[in-house]
Design a protein around this ligand. Structure first.
Ligand code: SF4
Length: 320
């Protein structure tokens, strides 16, 4: 009899010895297990802004880690050597347990642990083991994901992850052509997490050759309708199988302008030389300094998460 994996929207059904679309989840002795559980292919300390999260523990560092694997196949993947099975299946990786990661986070002055770089959905059992211990010790947890959750995964993961960055890559046709995926589970997850008041920021990598202004405006309208408040629009650069030319600064600027009055309060440029400061949505005072330059300042402009000039609440979790 086949057994179903519920880690993502694919819901693969597996016979003995078979692996799912991600190549990470596999059926062994009647159970579905995660291959090379706990073997990390990346472990680093990053500024939290690199996830990108601009409204969550701003200015702090985060212990960032990845096991290999992904459930999509984006032709432009920026991390294909650890996400795509034809590359990562020969990598050894180092086995690291949850207590060691938690002590490393404290040692390196990181108030959070981030599950990032590849797709944590396909190794969510390990992520949840680490996140559970991290939260019990007072650390925050961050998931950077393509957002193709199953409903079961969303309900399982939500209590243990404090902040999310979800990629919304394009419309349904873009997902089918470029990613062997679907936009629907991503939009459903965004709606669920906003409804649960989770901290959420969304990222879209803008491809000048693929995303025209109408498509970008349609994405903005979908995000605004779901109550998303922070959107990172980052420049595409050719990588992996994608050879389209890099997105120009002027095109990114034009797209940001096109969505500026559509109801998303905080829209940022990414992979870009454009300014990345935060402005109060009510009085337009600058409340957080330009993220391109460390250290990040907000001590005089933001008091307990509110704009010092007009007292407007600024979305996010700000260190006190
Ligand atoms: S994680 Fe997703 S792609 Fe991988 S086996 Fe489970 S349902 Fe399939």
């Amino acid at each position: 009899m086949k057994i179903q994996c519920d880690f993502c929207y694919h819901h693969c059904t597996l016979d003995e010895g078979q692996s799912g679309i991600c190549s990470v989840r596999t059926r062994e002795q009647g159970r579905i297990v995660t291959k090379a559980y706990g073997n990390l292919v990346a472990l680093a300390v990053d500024p939290v802004e690199k996830k990108p999260l601009y409204h969550f523990l701003s200015g702090s560092k985060t212990l960032s880690l990845a096991m290999p694997g992904c459930n999509l196949a984006c032709s432009f993947c920026q991390n294909y050597t650890i996400s795509q099975s034809s590359y990562h299946q020969h990598q050894g990786g180092e086995s690291v347990d949850a207590p060691l990661l938690v002590s490393l986070a404290f040692e390196r002055n990181c108030p959070s642990i981030s599950f990032t770089y590849s797709e944590p959905l396909v190794w969510q059992d390990y992520m949840l083991e680490v996140a559970s211990l991290a939260k019990s010790k007072g650390l925050s947890t961050i998931m950077v994901t393509n957002g193709t959750f199953s409903r079961e995964a969303l309900e399982r993961i939500f209590p243990l992850i404090d902040a999310y960055n979800i990629d919304l890559k394009g419309d349904e046709s873009f997902y089918r052509r470029m990613c062997k995926g679907s936009a629907k589970p991503v939009l459903d997850a965004i709606e669920y997490l906003v409804g649960k008041k989770a901290h959420l920021e969304v990222t879209t990598m803008v491809m000048e050759s693929e995303h025209d202004e109408d498509q970008i405006v349609a994405l903005a309208n979908q995000l605004a309708a779901r109550g998303v408040q922070v959107w990172h629009m980052s420049r595409y650069f050719p990588r992996y199988l994608a050879t389209d030319p890099a997105t120009s600064e002027s095109y990114l600027q034009q797209m940001i302008k096109a969505v500026s009055s559509l109801g998303i309060d905080y829209v940022y440029a990414g992979n870009s030389d454009l300014k990345q400061a935060t402005f109060c949505p009510r009085c337009h005072a600058q409340v957080v300094s330009d993220r391109r330059h460390a250290p990040i300042h907000y001590d005089k402009t933001l008091k307990e998460g509110r704009c010092s000039a007009c007292n407007q609440e600024i979305y996010g979790r700000w260190p006190s």
